[in-house]
Design a protein around this ligand. Sequence first.
Ligand code: ADP
Length: 508
Amino acid sequence: MSAVPPTTSSRSTRSTVFGRVLIVDDNPELVGALKGVLESVTNQGAPRYEVHTASCGKDALRLADEEGFDVAIVDVKLPDVSGVDLIVPLRASPRPREVVLITGYASVDAAIGALRSGAFAFVSKSFRPEELISTVDQALTKVHLTRGREVLERRYRSVVELTDVLVVALDADQHVQLFNRKAANLAGVDPDDALGRDFLASWIPAEERPRMREAILQAETSDRTREVEADFVEGSPEQPLARRRVRWHLSRAQEEQGPPIVYMIGIDVTERRALEKRAADAEALSAMGALALNLAHEIRNPLNAAVLQLHLLDRQIGRIDVDEATRSQLQGRTKIVGDEIGRLNRLLTEFLELARPRGIAKEPVHVGKLVDDVLDLERDSARMRGVTLVRDVAEDGCVAIGDQEKLKQVVINLVVNALEAMKDGGTLTARVKGDDTHVTVELEDTGPGIAAEIFPSLFDPFFTTKEAGTGLGLSIVRKIVDSHAGDVAIESERGRGTKVRVRIPSGR
Ligand code: ADP
């Protein structure tokens, strides 16, 4: 026996090894003897090996295909093919398999050649039975270990791939070694395309890179987990298509060789942060509302007094002894003051209407008709701007439950925004459709779109990019939609236009 010693030891697992062995040899006596030796090995009375035999390469491949095997014992010299050439096709299976070559004419060169082709061992035909069994056992142990490792790897991979958190691993140069599906989805790349890329330069905005780099370096040099929160962009940090807010937990794993790898587990906190911001905004708004209410009352009292005094003044002018031309000139002046006070009063009333916390009506609202009314209202303004209005309203018009006037305000604000965005003309498409639970209004314009970096601020009160804007339009939209338990979403692409979708419960 001159078996090339395999590296894996089989001693500890020997009693548990069970396997299917395929013997490929055209010498019936040798096959019979081998089969006898292998089948005589038992484990608590049961045979440890199930043995199949083939007398040529063709039969061996067919059997391997039909029955499968764990370890093949293959003669180098077969009638139709060399055993060495069978190694690769026999092992070509998703399930790990091993091949032990046997030959009557062993040479060191042949043994090296066989091992290079992937054989597990190279055994001379003058083996002793227990030596063959030991080699087959070792090959089987390797097969079982490899399969076990593959199962673990598959499980680990599924956990990493299916989890709803981002999993990224970085090497010492902060280049990506692992990028799971969730991370790839948010980054808008194929997971394989992310490998090897510079993580910070590819997905972290420039202003957040120093903080993030610092956290990675700290994680790399200590055993403590670091936490850091930063934006994570789709596209490139210079021209982001979208951004998410991600909270990262960083820790290092010492690899067997080389510098440590930093693992980063990221949780997408975009929605959570947006909700926190909305709660803070709502608080600020309601504080401002209370302040504004007080101020409005304070202004209204002297205004009323002024109206009363003006009325008395007007009556006195009617009675004083002056020529008619002077009288009508004086009365003209009091009228101007009266009109201005009236305008101030109206402004105050509208402002109070907005600031005062008030419940909403809960009545059936024909949303299709409401949208038609708003389009009619804005038709002249659209024409002046060269904007074509397209109406796509579902047949039944769709009925939501809510406050007619407030919902109209929502549609007006959105239509006005769309028209104002299309300075050089375009098309505004208004869609209304309903499903089992909601009525959806969609307003899509062909304007310039909205830059990703201002997206998070759109609904902030007083956020505006317009010279004469108040920045209240969208916050009013959100306030009204929230009070209807609906939702509003904006999609926009630079250069393509903007689509705003409002959903209101239909109360069905
Ligand atoms: P205002 O219209 O007074 O600016 P809004 O709250 O209605 O206040 O809008 C805030 C900002 O959102 C606008 O200044 C504009 O930059 C952006 N915006 C809103 N709607 C659109 C749209 N359809 N197209 C492009 N930008 C929009």
